[in-house]
Design a protein around this ligand. Structure first.
Ligand code: UGA
Length: 434
């Protein structure tokens, strides 16, 4: 089978490279010529474990190619995935202009039956809108089907998530399209991955419902953490005790500085906006977003209190990306927290294993450091902002030598208090007794 993927961003490139690995011939199209030129040489424009190797393999074995030419992308492909951006507009709703532009391109160049699949996170009704756009721009009536096949991969473990998903969701408007999609996903079908086959709007909603629910879980446990701190309980054990109930589940109950990334904040805003559009305010989604923003600020208050004020203090920060194993800084808690710390007069020295270049541009005034121990120089406190593995085994004796005060602000609850205090450090974490 020959397929194409339009948009070589995070989701598009992972999708293309993984289908090539499944033995499918894949053409990835992007209108950014420089990006395509680099990809043709195997240069991946973002950090994701394993993706460079998979792209190189696909190219070498002749199943993965790149183009800027929409005709090439449409011509041979039976299935065309749309994986272009759907950035938020100022009112929170998703901007679908890129999706519609691709729809017009496909309509103009298609010469036979196609299955046109939305892979980007798109609000309910986009499939229907896409169908109208394509019909309107076809030069002659040619049959096609629309499928919604939302992607559930996480940055940092994208390939594993694609290759071994919990489920594949297919919203199809015909049996023929559903059968073609199942055939494409045959390797997963053989692994007994559950397939949820629905109509198009239901599949679109499953994506928002899943992301919003995960975000709600995080905001719930972060609020719980604040209450735990005040009553002297340990939120990590509360999470464990709750999570062992299968109806709740233990995942996404890790308290911290609040969620970031390109998905949860954007999808909550879009869900709130969808609710408003249909006359029902989606209160829980709105509350999860509000709690999350306040959680960033609660971290600032926590740091201020632990340091006895921020003016004139030096803080060392470990980790800046919104989570480990990615260089993605979008909506990272570090953006709000570091800016607030500096606004109140603190000097911030920071290090991240892969996002330094981007972070330095986004957080003016921050002192970029070259490695972990560099941030600790004359510091009144060391903040673990993102739980990269390399920060899980710090040499406290070495830190002691360069820090002004022995204080660890463990915003990701990486360390046991005994270990930290055993080295003479004060340990401040999230939702645990200090
Ligand atoms: C999220 C979803 O997990 C994916 O299933 C989905 O496909 C993706 O959005 C998307 O829509 O494209 P992602 O944003 O890459 O994936 O990252 P997550 O691992 O979900 O983490 C999101 C944020 O929540 C991070 O800032 C992380 O630190 C935070 N988090 C996560 C917590 O604070 N506590 C937790 O227990 C879990």
């Amino acid at each position: 089978m020959h397929i194409s993927v339009i948009g070589t961003g995070y989701v598009g490139l992972v999708t293309g490279a993984c289908f090539a690995e499944f033995g499918v011939n894949v053409t990835c199209m992007d209108n950014d010529a420089r990006r395509v030129e680099k990809l043709e040489k195997g240069e991946v424009p973002f950090f994701e474990p394993g993706i460079t190797e998979l792209v190189a393999k696909g190219i070498k074995e002749g199943r993965l190619s790149f183009t800027t030419d929409v005709v090439k992308a449409v011509d041979k492909a039976l299935v065309i995935f749309i994986a272009v951006g759907t950035p938020p507009k100022s009112d929170g709703s998703a901007d679908l202009s890129f999706v519609e532009e691709v729809g017009r391109g496909i309509a103009t160049h298609m010469t036979g039956y196609k299955v046109i699949v939305t892979k980007s996170t798109v609000p309910v009704g986009t499939g229907e809108r896409l169908r109208e756009v394509i019909r309107k721009h076809q030069t002659k009536p040619i049959n096609f089907d629309i499928v919604s096949n939302p992607e559930f991969l996480r940055e940092g473990s994208a390939i594993e998530d694609f290759m071994r998903p919990n489920r594949v969701v297919l919203g199809a408007d015909s049996d023929q399209a559903a059968a073609i999609m199942k055939d494409l996903y045959r390797p997963l079908y053989l692994l007994e991955t559950p397939f949820v086959v629905t109509d198009v709007p239901t599949a679109e909603m499953i994506k928002y419902a899943s992301n919003a629910f995960l975000a709600v879980k995080i905001s719930f446990i972060n609020e719980m953490a604040t209450v735990c701190e005040r009553v002297g309980a340990d939120v990590q054990l509360v999470s464990k005790g709750m999570g062992l109930d299968h109806r709740i589940g233990g995942k996404f109950l890790h308290a911290g500085p609040g969620f970031g990334g390109s998905c949860f904040p954007k999808d909550l805003a879009a869900l709130v906006q969808t609710g408003e559009r249909v006359g029902y305010p989606f209160q829980i989604a709105g509350a999860a977003a509000k709690v999350n923003y306040e959680q960033h600020l609660r971290m600032v208050a926590k740091i201020r209190e632990a340091c006895g004020g921020l003016a004139g203090k030096t803080l060392g920060v470990l980790g800046l990306s919104f989570k480990p194993n990615t260089n993605d800084m979008r909506e990272a808690p570090s953006l709000t927290i570091l800016k607030e710390l500096m606004k109140e007069g603190a000097t911030v020295r920071a290090y991240d294993p892969v996002s330094m270049e981007e972070a330095t541009k986004l957080i003016p005034g921050m002192i970029p450091c070259k490695e972990t121990y560099d941030v600790a120089e004359n510091a009144d406190g060391l903040i673990i902002m993102t739980e990269w593995n390399q920060f899980r085994n710090l040499d406290f004796e070495r830190l002691k030598q360069s820090m002004r005060q022995r204080l660890l602000l463990d915003l990701r609850n990486v360390y046991d208090s005994d270990r930290v205090t055993g080295h003479g450090f004060r340990h401040v974490s999230v939702g645990r007794p200090t």
